[in-house]
Design a protein around this ligand. Structure first.
Ligand SMILES: [Zn+2]
Length: 387
């Protein structure tokens, strides 16, 4: 049986490294992050695991063939559980199960790239390519990682049979339903285009309304048209966002001549992503034709959905039913995780704990201690069935 009190004490100890009020700041390879990585390597060694820091800064506790983990770096204003939950839960399970190894990947939160440590390990990115990535101040990943010398090589993925990543949901679904556990079906795919609407820039005082070709009005109409076009195609888990807008000339006394904006949409199924894309493009063409605006749509940026392994999902469902009867569900993950990369190497599964109020990437991020303990119990049960 895992020791929930010891697990919570470890989470609290990690929270103290880089603490800011209720939150934490540990950017990949900053002083607090390096301190936390060395602290974690010591905890792995104390637990009887072979502790290793690899050249990318990933921290490993090696023993069995089932790999459990996540990340311990944070956002610039991070919560105490984002990533840390999965790593510390893995540590506690490994103490009682010799079939388990644990990993804390580096730079999941994207100070330099995005999920950088697991990208390197999975072969999506070479270490040399990663070394050239820079943070917002121009520091390179290569220079930053020199501050944490490797104690060993990256482990060969073939030594592991499967990967489990427990994580907070970072959304409101479980908390709103009063549920304790989410078994992840897939990590959603993401697509994005940049749209440029061109109208006629003119004087805001002298141009009659009926003669205007106002690019902002086109954007506003496009937002409505996209919502209407997507309504019949989507599920409650589908999302779309116009997140970045640039208006030209962006002046109080000028009719906007140009609006450039991003449209991003996410879903767990490729077919639905395709259907959403067709509907978005058709809506944009419709609106601009009616309004007499020019339309340019960029090439689509696409990250495919990552399905979680069906066998691992079944094991996690059984474990959830045993420890949180009637308080669990299957659900997609709307956020990216290291499991996306690890799924290229081996079967991967994910487990969610609720986020109070759905808050994450914020100092206020939190989860009830009872729910953290349930997450640990479900993980330990699943690991026992898999080892
Ligand atoms: Zn995370």
């Amino acid at each position: 049986m895992p020791d929930a009190a010891r697990f919570l004490a470890d989470l609290d100890a990690l929270r103290a490294i880089g603490a800011r009020g209720t939150g934490v700041v540990r950017r990949a390879f900053d002083e607090a992050d390096i301190h936390a990585r060395r602290w974690l390597a010591d905890r792995f060694a104390d637990a009887g695991l072979e502790a290793r820091i690899d050249p990318a800064g990933n921290v490993w506790g090696l023993r069995g063939r089932l790999l459990i983990g996540s990340h311990i770096d944070t956002q610039p204003e991070g919560g105490w559980l984002d990533g840390a939950l999965g790593v510390i839960a893995g540590l506690e399970v490994a103490r009682g199960n010799p079939g388990v190894s644990v990993v804390a990947f580096q730079d999941e939160e994207g100070r330099f790239g995005a999920t950088t440590g697991s990208e390197i390990w999975s072969g999506t990115l070479t270490l040399a390519e990663a070394d050239a990535l820079t943070d917002l101040d121009g520091l390179t990943f290569g220079a930053a990682r020199a501050a944490l010398p490797a104690t060993g090589a990256m482990p060969d993925p073939s030594r592991f049979s499967a990967y489990l990543e427990p994580h907070i949901e970072q959304g409101p679904v479980l908390d709103a339903a009063g549920e304790a556990v989410g078994v992840v079906t897939a990590i959603v795919g993401l697509r994005q285009v940049t749209v440029t609407l061109t109208g006629a820039q003119n004087h805001a005082g002298t141009t009659p309304m009926h003669l205007r070709r106002d690019a902002l009005r086109g954007l506003s109409d496009a937002d409505h048209a996209i919502r209407a076009a997507l309504a019949p195609l989507v599920t409650p888990a589908s999302v779309w966002t116009i997140g970045h807008v640039a208006l030209h000339p962006n002046a109080p006394s000028a009719v906007p001549g140009r609006a450039r904006f991003t449209v991003q949409w996410r879903d767990a199924e490729t077919a639905r992503l395709d259907a959403m894309e067709a509907a978005i493009r058709a809506a944009l063409e419709d609106v601009t034709r009616t309004a007499g605006l020019g339309l340019e749509i960029s090439a689509t940026t696409a990250l495919p959905p990552t399905a979680m392994d069906p066998g691992l999902r079944a094991v996690l469902r059984d474990a959830a039913a045993a420890h949180a009867p009637d308080r669990w569900r299957e659900m997609p993950s709307g956020a990216l995780h290291d499991a996306t990369n690890v799924a290229r190497l081996m079967p991967a599964g994910m487990l969610f704990a609720p986020s109070i109020g759905g808050i994450s990437h914020d100092f206020a991020e939190d989860t009830g201690r009872d729910d953290l303990a349930i997450c640990l119990a479900v993980l330990a049960e699943a690991a026992a069935r898999l080892t």
